[in-house]
Design a protein around this ligand. Sequence first.
Ligand SMILES: [Zn+2]
Length: 461
Amino acid sequence: MSESEHTGDSPPNAPPHHAPNGKFRNPWGLAESRFAGLLRWRWNRVRHPLPRDDGARSLRCVPPAVRVPRAAANEIAVTWVGHSTLLVQLGSVNILTDPIWSDRASPWRLVGPRRLIPAALPLNGLPPIDIVLLSHNHYDHLDAWSVRALARAQPTAQWVVPLRLGGFVRSLGVRYITELDWWDERTVGDATVACTPARHFSARTPLDRDRTLWCGFAVASAAGRLFYAGDTGLHPEFARIGERFGPFVVSAIPIGAYEPRWFMQPVHVDPDDAITAFRALHAHHGSLARAVMVGVHWGTFRLTDEPILAPPQRARAAWTRAMLPDENLWVLAHGETRGIRMEQRGTASSFLLPRRPASSHVDGMEHGLTVYRHDSPGGRIVIITVDERNPNDVVARLQVERRADPERQGVGEPPLIAEARGTSREAVLTELQALATDDAELARRLARWTAMQRRPRSDAP
Ligand SMILES: [Zn+2]
């Protein structure tokens, strides 16, 4: 690497996780996993094979109790499908995290880590999914077969992915994609999704390391707030994530794939690190009495050296040592659903703290596009898109798709009802509202949404 690569083409205000060479990096100046370490680890495994592990026989699978089609307005229900795949029913919003249903977490069908236990909930048995969160492109989180199958089964879901991952996901048939950078947030139907920093890396081949971003997510709905860590090692931002997007009712954090520590520690938390992260997430809000941690990323594929059943045992021991309430650590059986009812409804479906300005990365494919999609009681899907990529020509579009005709879904663009152009978001939304007054229900939805969009932003960069 020449010196100029470190100082050269970097845009003047590029955030520190954007490397000047166009790739991404962990910005904290902490030790990284190296390729030489990977070779050493694999070679050690060849020389000293892991002892036989019958732990998979003790993995339990129970029938899910998914809320169909949705949870009650004041309930949060979590179902573990396996690995990092959770169905989180955040009140009326159904969310899926890093979906994998395949037999192997691998680019190949016959080689690679094999599922220890079948997925507890069939992909075609899911309730309507509103939001799919994809944290990064590793094979155990972004499974091409599962993405294609979900794109067909759930064509109207909104996928939220980190920067530069949208193109690949689109190539697998997904239609609605929002790319976000760390700390960015976006309204999706009745929820707000924020992309949060993680300490990890990306790669699907030996040649594409760190070309797409990795992240965690925070989601706020009227029922409460969810944190999903993705894959991560410990880093210094958990407290800030909690302060900005919490307090979280449920935090899903990995507890598995952590041995050997000399190699995994920078990129995967172990159960102790997971609980350290959990405490940091809640540091700003004081009480941990009602905060739940769900342990994920274990018991499904054998990716690393620790025994299959060690993650839940170590997590439970660390939880007890931290003197946290027993019932608030959820280590679920495959398929198990657990729910919490909130005593009172949350106050808002969006984060109330000041927003950061929208990302300024022109190659993010959804850059400047705000997309709102909502199921309407009339069996329609209302889609409002605001395109602000050209500040002199802001375009707002209103489209409506019939839900009743599943064959039509995913075929071509939904019919355009109205389009407005102008030089400000304010102007085009006013015009769009004027154009849609024929249809009382549409007008009402549009008014509600535009009011939300106009709320003053106290952007402090
Ligand atoms: Zn990963």
